[in-house]
Design a binder for this molecule. Sequence first.
Ligand SMILES: Nc1ncnc2c1ncn2[C@@H]1O[C@H](COP(=O)(O)OP(=O)(O)OP(=O)(O)O)[C@@H](O)[C@H]1O
Ligand SMILES: [Mg+2]
Length: 246
Amino acid sequence: MISVEALRIEYGRGRRRTLAVAGVTFQVADGEFVSLIGPSGCGKTSVLLAIDGIIRPTSGRITIRGEDVRGVRRDVAFITQDAGLLPWKTVRQNAELALRLQRRPREGVQEILRSLGLGGFENRYPAELSEGMRRRVGIARALALRPEVFLMDEPMANLDTLTRERIQEIILRLWHMYRFTGVLVTHDIEEAVFLGQRIIILSPRPARVVEVIENPGMGEVGYRRSEEFYHVVVKAREILKSLEER
Ligand SMILES: Nc1ncnc2c1ncn2[C@@H]1O[C@H](COP(=O)(O)OP(=O)(O)OP(=O)(O)O)[C@@H](O)[C@H]1O
Ligand SMILES: [Mg+2]
């Protein structure tokens, strides 16, 4: 379980001080997938960076499986919209990179590349791929670590709708296969509803949890076309709109 308790994050000092996160509390059960959504600049990335151990909270407590987060952990993977690929390495070498850095065996990478639809492209270089494929190589690299926890910060931002939906469906399939604990930050309401068993809505900066929407229908590729999906999307949209009008 990931437990975030009264998380507070301030940047800078004195007149440059910015309060980004002002007491955020939520839990994510093992194997659960939640979406985190909120207005632009509200502190979503800051929350993820703190869970990943990259930044230290000003106060509050974060634990993963009961242990305090004190730094980057091997069982936690983090991906952003910048896949961070090395241009002089092939798809396979990029996907194996994190494993190599940790001196871990590179088995299973081939299968992961195949499940991401990258079979046959192993020896290509990033410049020879589409943007959607490059993002998937980034996902493969993270997944190769067999993470218990998968933190995703808008990994599908700035992709066209169909590519985006295709990657969402791949992520859903991977979650069914590997049952990692997932936290997805997104500003796309439909994406949040498609991939979140719960949708945690944050306030404008400084972030606080405004509402948590249960989304039990999540889990099927066809969910997107159901009436229930539509209702959850409308509900989330109204809450987000009411925040902007405050
Ligand atoms: N390293 C930093 N130093 C100073 N201020 C920062 C730093 N990182 C973030 N901030 C500020 O903290 C606030 C929250 O930033 P954060 O990136 O967490 O928000 P976000 O919700 O992810 O934004 P976006 O929707 O644009 O991705 C912003 O006001 C930002 O300017
Ligand atoms: Mg962000």
